[in-house]
Design a protein around this ligand. Structure first.
Ligand SMILES: *Cc1c(COP(=O)(O)O)cnc(C)c1O
Length: 357
């Protein structure tokens, strides 16, 4: 660290993204990317994009895209704000609504603690139950910004909208954020509840279910006043955060609902088959509704499995976090990817029976 770094940030622990390896080809199941390409409409939108228009700034409100998002989700454009990936809008949310502190599960998306620290938001981590589920009872009358990934990461376990509604209803004086990065793979969206509750904010991304992680596009849906607050932060940091090519791509993606729904369904099916195969190998697997599984072997340690897979050219994610250090988070890839991974795991396990490294 240079001597110029603001003291405020000296102890900040930044987010550590999953690896994007360049040195060799891996079967990459570590960052929850979608194994299938973006839709034909998206690919066409890229080809037909007028590169000459890049000399101009993009529409800061992304109006065409907002209109489409609003139509898709049955809300008004005033209820939506677009962002440079959903991390960007989550950042704005912590800045805007973290004034009275924040609360989120102890095991969840790693960025929440980073944003809280960055904006000096005091946070409480609410422990998951022993079966790694979120207990809605723990979120009654919290009186702080509540952030819940639904399905949760890295467990993949989802709350129902009834459970979410209970949480939202019992915290009328603070914002409840539902991060729906993985909702399209099988959980229920809380977007309809945003019409009923002015303290609910739903965050979504094009990175996972719409195969657009590289385009950087996310958005939030909520009550108009709440969205205006987020615009205030956006216009105080980076009004042009969503570039014009990404705006065009995002609009095209929303025209391909059937294609993406089909992919999500397929990924859900691959996930469930793979989870059962893991169980047959002696893994405990959480009931995931996301595009990843979260699994711990009965006898063989997580670090050993992670390293052995890496040597075989398969990348998965492991977190050095108390309670979950023996788990692997495995993105659901193509059927072939998962078959290769299954064979590799079966081999590692039969060779290393009983080992804990
Ligand atoms: C992937 C992910 C995000 C962020 O995705 P972006 O690529 O920034 O849109 C947000 N929340 C959770 C829980 C995620 O897993």
């Amino acid at each position: 660290m240079s001597r110029f770094m603001n003291e405020r940030y000296r102890d900040l622990h930044e987010y550590v993204p999953g690896e994007q390896p360049k040195e060799r080809r891996y079967i990459k199941l570590n960052t929850n990317e979608n194994p299938y390409p973006p839709s034909d409409a998206v690919i066409r939108a890229v080809r037909e994009f007028d590169a000459g228009s890049l000399k101009l700034y993009p529409d800061p409100d992304a109006s065409v895209l907002l209109k489409k998002i609003a139509e898709t989700y049955g809300v008004n454009p005033e209820n939506v704000i677009a962002s440079n990936g959903s991390d960007d809008v989550l950042s704005m949310i912590f800045a805007a609504f973290g004034g009275n502190g924040a609360a989120f599960p102890d095991i969840t998306y790693g960025f929440y603690t980073v944003f809280a620290s960055l904006y000096d938001v005091k946070y409480t981590e609410i422990p998951l139950r022993s079966d790694y589920t979120i207990s809605p009872d723990d979120y009654m009358n919290v009186g702080k910004l509540i952030v819940i990934a639904n399905p949760n990461a890295p467990t993949g376990i989802a709350l129902t909208t009834d459970e979410i509604e209970r949480i939202v209803r019992s915290n009328p004086d603070s914002v409840v954020v539902i991060d729906e990065a993985y909702v399209d793979f099988g959980a229920q969206s809380a977007v309809p509840l945003t019409k009923k509750y002015d303290n609910l904010c739903v965050v979504m991304t094009f990175s996972k279910s719409r195969s657009l992680a590289g385009a950087r596009l996310g958005f939030a849906v909520g009550n108009e006043a709440l969205i205006r607050d987020l615009y205030k932060i956006k216009y105080s940091t980076n009004p042009y955060s969503v570039n014009s090519l990404t705006q065009a791509i995002g609009a095209a993606a929303l025209d391909s609902r059937e294609y993406y729904a089909k992919n999500c369904k397929k990924i859900g099916k691959t996930r469930d088959i793979f989870a059962d195969k893991l169980r047959s190998l002696g893994f405990y697997v959480t009931p995931s509704l996301a595009n990843f599984v979260f699994a711990r072997h009965g006898t063989i340690g997580g670090k050993y499995l992670y390293r052995s897979l890496r040597q075989k050219g398969i990348l998965v994610r492991r977190f050095d976090t108390p309670r979950i250090e023996e788990f692997l988070r495995i993105t659901v890839g193509t059927e072939d990817d998962m078959e290769t991974l299954y064979e590799a795991l079966a081999g590692i396990i039969s060779e290393a029976k009983g080992e804990r490294t």
